[in-house]
Design a protein around this ligand. Structure first.
Ligand code: ADP
Ligand code: MG
Length: 208
């Protein structure tokens, strides 16, 4: 099963989410995990290099079909590219990582066009939005709901799990760890586990 984590906009948290999900897949999914770093900046590869144990196998996009029996997570760069289009076409699941801002909404219409094109080749493609870096400030909940209403109109599902803005996502990764391995922020751990569980159910991931 191939998952692509994308957004044409940089800095929304694609690499952070890809890496944190990968660690949970590694400990729970039945299939082996392979990462593909389709971003020229190679941040996912750098994070993997920081790991002292349980390093991931990193493969090339062109070799994705060699790993059909595995779970592949593809991290893409923050711009439209040959790699991003290639990833969308070969994927079973797309996770579009968004932040709550008007600029993210602008980037969305381009992504929708890309997805509609991909659906013509790949009818079984599942697509989800994931809200990341959601402010923990309660007073913003009205804005968050308005943002979600706009997203729903695009016909793409939104994960129920929201990932909040938490410094532990930054700190853990600097040590090559997921928030679950870092064990210093139980709320962040809960968010990533909840996201994994949603994916497991909605995408039918087999566990060990
Ligand atoms: N939920 C979060 N809370 C706090 N900081 C985050 C969160 N997600 C990502 N970040 C930070 O935002 C920045 C961009 O994240 P990154 O994963 O590199 O984005 P992208 O891969 O989309 O460019 C990084 O400094 C990262 O640590
Ligand atoms: Mg990145």
């Amino acid at each position: 099963m191939i998952f692509t984590i994308l957004n044409e906009k940089g800095g929304t948290g694609k690499t952070t989410i890809t890496f944190n999900l990968a660690v949970l897949f590694q400990s729970r999914a039945k299939a082996d995990i392979v990462l593909i770093d389709a971003d020229k900046q190679k941040s996912l590869t750098s994070i993997n290099n920081l790991r002292l144990e349980k390093k991931f196998k990193i493969s090339e996009l062109d070799e994705a079909d060699k790993h059909k029996d595995k779970i592949i997570l593809i991290d893409t760069g923050g711009r439209d590219s040959k790699e991003m289009r290639q990833s969308i076409i070969i994927s079973d699941v797309l996770i579009i990582v968004l932040n709550i801002s008007q600029l993210d909404l602008f980037a969305l219409s381009r992504i929708q066009t890309l997805i509609n094109e991909a659906l013509q080749f790949n009818k079984n493609l599942k697509t989800f939005y994931l809200l990341n870096r959601v402010p923990t400030n309660f007073f913003l909940s009205k804005e968050i709901n308005e943002f979600k209403d706009v997203l729903l109109q695009t016909g793409i599902n939104i994960f129920n799990t929201e990932i909040k803005e938490r410094s532990s996502y930054k700190r853990s990764i600097q040590d090559g760890l997921s928030v679950v391995e870092y064990k210093k922020d139980i709320k962040a751990e809960g968010e990533i586990k909840s996201l994994y569980n949603e994916i497991k159910i909605k995408c039918n991931v087999k566990e060990m």
